[in-house]
Design a protein around this ligand. Structure first.
Ligand code: NDP
Length: 506
């Protein structure tokens, strides 16, 4: 592949590269923002959190706890109980009893009222949840405040509305619930993923055992408090923090009727193997390596904003991130120049500062993975471009980065980096763009930027991806189904399609 930017020039730009091991350089803006930190006063953290089973916080039978930290400072926020096999068993039994005796017997409209109440309480406490999400996950407060929390609330409101209308969603069918659903979620959108899982399951009359990711358990535990405040019948929602082993116990518990998993493709495959032949239902929302395709006739400045949003939003910890940029050769130099200028203006730092664009990497392990893949990109001969920004001394940080001179065979073009790292490639014709975009084992999302409506239809209809955005990126809505092709998983979440995984039809 070639870009019109020369290798020499690329390497000179790469020399501006600043990483933890290099001294920080500062250039660019002659003025700066004053700090605008969001207050933490309204967040009440416990020193120690139990497991949420049967409507109460209880100490773990495993007797184990682990520390959950703030990835921006590495400071401990709280100790959290770790669920073992006996805890999972207790939670599943509690969920089963709640399903049999209470939740499945309630009228659908009554169920809807509970979900509506959860939505209202979450909305009322949205500031608290936004701060908590940024503290525990490292994402900028403006993202948790303006995206994660409002979308989580919207999912509960939307599904509250479905609870008594399932007969309309599946006309000519009898509709009943499945039973206990085991739900395992990742660390990139902790509360939002909890909402994506809980809201449809509850609306369809199921009960839930939810396992949040090890690094980000706090908002799920505070959501459990909201379930208490909403007077949700005990056992309808159970929250069991823990590591991968806890997730495996949930997956393998014989009385769990359905598993919904969001996370890496590797773990998704393990789960699929474990469930083969058990008769349990499964939906998998896995990794991605989305192509963001920019044609020469696109509004280029708008496209650059879409590229930035596509890859640097949430530090690139996004399964549907636009991590491969395919740009038409005639405008490649312009786009790369604009992109370099634009990332120089991104503000990296304190996630609780309202002006921060790029927050902390979620964990030390994820930072190591990003560094390894970036080093591999350099070794394989791609040219590195990095924003020159000062990285805080404590915590886990990685500057906004992109590579030019990327070949399709490079690891950075094939593997999910799950960090703020973009691989830029070029194309000449729409056919070549489609071919390259689909040349991946994944198929979760894609983006197309062009001024021509006909080209949008021509290209999007040939993309093997669950969601394709046109002249925008990373737009989410509870009414719209989300999910993958190929190794990005199967099943849909959101919209009418998302209800299907949580009902039995007769
Ligand atoms: P995982 O797939 O390991 O984690 C997702 C969830 O599954 C977490 O709750 C995790 O627990 C749990 N889990 C781990 N192992 C098992 C198991 N054997 N059985 C059941 N549940 C399990 O992702 P990682 O956090 O390890 O991230 C690794 C890579 O995965 C990232 O670098 C990224 O590329 C990709 N990823 C993709 C996501 C997506 O949305 N597509 C989300 C997260 C990661 P625990 O947190 O304790 O490990």
């Amino acid at each position: 592949m070639s870009t019109t930017i020369s290798d020499k020039e690329s390497r000179e730009k790469a020399a501006r590269h600043v990483e933890a091991e290099r001294p920080a350089l500062e250039f660019g803006a002659a003025w700066d923002y004053a700090p605008a930190p969001e207050s933490k006063d309204h967040v009440r953290l416990e020193e120690r959190y139990g497991l949420f089973i049967g409507g109460r916080f209880v100490p773990p039978r495993s007797r184990k706890h682990f520390a959950t930290i703030n990835p921006a400072t590495e400071e401990k926020l709280a100790d959290v109980a770790e669920a073992g096999a006996a805890d999972v068993d207790a939670a599943v039994r509690s969920a089963e009893e709640a399903h049999r005796k209470r939740w499945s017997r309630l009228s659908p409209a009554e169920r809807g009222k509970y979900i509506y109440r959860i939505a209202r309480l979450l909305q009322e406490k949205s500031r608290e949840f936004a701060v908590l999400e940024s503290l525990n996950g490292g994402k900028p407060i403006k993202e948790s405040r303006d995206v994660d929390i409002p979308l989580a609330v919207a999912h509960f409101f939307y599904h509250a509305g479905w609870a008594d209308k399932l007969a309309y969603a599946f006309p000519r069918h009898g509709v009943s619930s499945i039973g206990v659903c085991g739900q395992i979620i990742p660390w990139n959108f902790p509360l939002l993923m909890a909402a994506w899982k809980l809201a449809p399951a509850l609306a369809c009359g199921n009960t839930v055992v939810l396992k949040p990711a090890e690094t980000t358990p706090l908002t799920a535990l505070h959501l459990a408090r909201i379930c208490q405040e909403a007077d949700l019948p005990p056992g309808v929602v159970n929250v069991l923090p823990g590591a991968g082993e806890t997730g495996a116990h949930v997956v393998n518990h014989p009385r769990v009727r359905k598993i919904a998993f969001t996370g890496s493709t590797d773990v998704g495959k393990l789960i699929q193997r474990a469930l083969a032949g058990t008769g349990k239902r499964l939906t998998l929302e896995l990794g991605g390596k989305a192509a963001n395709i920019v044609f020469e006739d696109a509004a280029l400045d708008q496209a650059v904003e879409g590229i930035v949003n596509g890859i640097y939003f949430n530090q690139g910890h996004v399964c549907c991130a636009g991590s491969r940029l395919l740009v038409q050769e005639s405008v490649a130099e312009t786009i790369i120049g604009k992109l370099a200028d634009r990332i120089a203006t991104l503000r990296l730092g304190d996630p609780l500062d309202k002006n921060t664009d790029v927050g902390a990497i979620n964990s030390k392990a994820q930072l190591a993975k990003i560094r390894e893949l970036v080093a591999c990109g350099v070794e394989e001969g791609a040219a590195l471009h990095q924003a020159s920004c000062r990285l805080p001394e404590k915590g886990f940080w990685f500057p906004p980065t992109f590579f030019t001179g990327v070949a399709q065979s490079h690891r950075i073009a094939r593997e999910e980096i799950f960090g703020p790292v973009l691989a830029v490639m070029t194309f000449r014709t729409p056919e070549e763009a489609i071919e390259k975009a689909n040349n991946t084992p994944y198929g979760l999302s894609a983006g197309v930027w062009t001024d021509k409506g006909s080209k949008i239809f021509q290209v999007t209809s040939k993309m093997r991806a669950g969601v394709v955005w046109a002249n925008t990126f990373n737009k989410f809505d509870p009414t719209s189904p989300f999910g993958g092709y190929k190794e990005s998983g199967f099943g849909r979440e959101g919209g009418v399609h998302g209800l299907r995984a949580y009902v039995e039809l007769s």
